[in-house]
Design a protein around this ligand. Structure first.
Ligand SMILES: [Zn+2]
Length: 511
């Protein structure tokens, strides 16, 4: 052993060199997007939100929303600056109690520079005071805020949050929510989860305090204000149900209630296939919007009145509730994984059709396969990676469900239903990819499925044989695949949860 002798001056210089890069040079801005190739500016880098506390006041007469958002987060890098996704007008931002500088950039970025840089792994409290008229704001030429005769509604996919709260707007960053909204008497505020309390902060106003106690993606958070009637109940499995109906649904009111009031029954029926319902609240709401779509907003789906224009529509309730397992509890890791949401929600409608005696899943698969000839553009959409322009194309739904039927044919009912039920447990409250699903199905079925997934989800062409034809080939004397239209078909096709954003293209996405 020998000792090195270091001159005092050299030691001081060395520690100075070490100190500088560690404390200043490594801090850098968080990325303006979370890294989703479909939507590069969505979400943000550098931090992870665990909780949103939104304390809002909304005046329906003027569509003015004001409030304070408090975000609890943790940094994921040494951070000099970070973004939130937001469109309304910001008055003040505080980071860990101190006023922070802020500016806007891009279509929907709020850029925040804390007074002092933040170490990686530090806890972060961001308070944003804001106000604005959501209906006056657009990004990429569209809005996700639906102004109604007596209020407004925030519901869209993949983006709805920018119009009513600042956040990290991507399913990869899920968080719990408290949404507290003060509205004038005569109107009510509806959001996700459980209505914990109502209070009377001042004469003529009521505050509604909603809580989502399980992690929730930002696009699944919803706000609706208007003249709503509430109904309450409890499912047989013990989950409290709160439904809300605009008083302004015209002659769709009866059919809307006759459908959405079956929420508890449908959720219990779905749990037979998907396992226990993953949340502590159930419901649905039907505002007086003029959009055509429905959306799986967590615990309380959004249904436009038009969904009920032809009478009761339980199928759309089945679709949106199926998403509570496939899409909400288990979220996509990136928007290219949308098949995990829409293929399974569509397949749930097929199972319901079978349950109702209106056509089996097999018959619906055969009908979809037969009704699209090989040169139909339907087959050029690849449900496993459809591209942002086709994210909500009807093929993601119908071809997506066909792929699920093909999987069922390939692995048999026992393994198939084990996969259906096991997957939501495997990734509960998390995120997953199509590749994760394939691996999981292979593990449960005990066989490789790469060729099957490639054929049904990733090839831009009609598979050579339908699932039923493949089955018929293996079963002697099996009849030819029937191509009669199952009774439920019209209903299922008409109840697509059409999404209305279109990024300025002006079209509505089917499905
Ligand atoms: Zn859907």
């Amino acid at each position: 052993m020998h000792r090195r002798i270091i001159a005092p001056g050299a030691l001081a210089a060395a520690s100075l060199l070490l100190a500088i890069p560690a404390s200043a040079a490594s801090f850098s801005p968080g990325a303006p997007g979370i890294g989703d190739p479909y939507y590069p500016a969505y979400g943000n880098g550098g931090y992870d939100v665990s909780h949103y506390d939104l304390r809002l006041t909304y005046q329906p007469a003027t569509d003015r929303l004001e409030g304070t958002a408090t975000l609890l987060a943790r940094t994921t890098q040494d951070l000099s600056r970070f973004d939130l996704d937001f469109l309304l007008d910001v008055g003040e931002v505080r980071v860990n109690g101190a006023k922070a500088a802020f500016t806007t950039s891009g279509e929907h970025e709020l850029q925040i520079t804390p007074r002092t840089p933040l170490d990686k792994g530090a806890s972060l409290t961001v308070v944003v005071r804001y106000s604005g008229v959501p209906s006056s704001k657009q990004a990429y030429g569209f809005t996700s805020w639906h102004r109604t005769a007596d209020g407004g509604v925030a519901a869209n996919e993949p983006e709805a949050a920018w119009w009513w709260f600042p956040g990290n707007d991507h399913p990869l960053d899920k968080a719990t929510f408290d949404v507290s909204v003060q509205v004038p008497d005569g109107t009510r505020a509806v959001s996700n989860g459980t209505l914990r309390s109502t209070t009377r902060p001042r004469p003529g106003w009521t505050r509604y305090n909603w809580r989502s106690a399980k992690p929730q993606a930002t696009y699944l958070a919803t706000l609706a204000v208007g003249r709503f009637d509430l109904t309450t109940g409890t499912s047989d499995s013990g989950i409290p149900v709160v439904n809300a109906y605009s008083q302004d649904l015209g002659d769709n009111a009866g059919a809307a209630r006759a459908s959405v009031e079956r929420t508890g029954e449908i959720a219990d029926w779905l749990s037979g296939y998907f396992g226990p319902y993953p949340f502590d609240a159930l419901g649905g709401y039907v505002p007086n919007t003029d959009t055509g779509y429905a959306l799986e907003t967590q615990t309380r789906p959004y249904y436009s009145p038009r969904q009920f224009a032809n009478g009761s529509n339980v199928s759309v309730v089945v679709h949106e509730l199926a998403h509570q397992w496939y899409g909400d509890s288990v979220s996509v890791a990136g928007w290219k994984d949308i098949w995990i949401n829409e293929g399974f929600a569509r397949y749930a409608q097929w199972l319901w059709s079978e349950h109702e005696g209106e056509g089996t899943a097999r018959e619906l698969a055969d009908y979809v396969y037969a009704s699209h000839p090989a040169d139909d553009a339907f087959w050029t959409v690849r449900p496993g990676d459809p591209g942002p322009e086709n994210q909500f194309d009807t093929a993601v739904y119908d071809r997506g469900a066909l792929a699920i039927q093909a999987l069922r044919d390939a692995i048999g009912d026992q393994a198939f239903f084990a996969v259906l039920k096991g997957w939501p447990r495997e990734h509960a409250y998390g995120n997953a990819t199509v590749a994760d699903f394939q691996k999981y199905a292979e593990r449960v079925a005990g066989k490789p499925l790469a060729a099957l997934f490639d054929t049904w989800l990733f090839q831009p062409s009609k598979p050579a044989a339908s699932a039923s034809a493949a089955r018929a080939a293996s079963v002697a004397e099996a009849p030819a695949a029937p191509t009669v239209r199952p009774k439920s078909w019209q209903k299922i096709a008409a109840t697509n949860d059409v999404h209305g954003h279109g990024h300025g293209h002006g079209h509505e996405h089917a499905g």
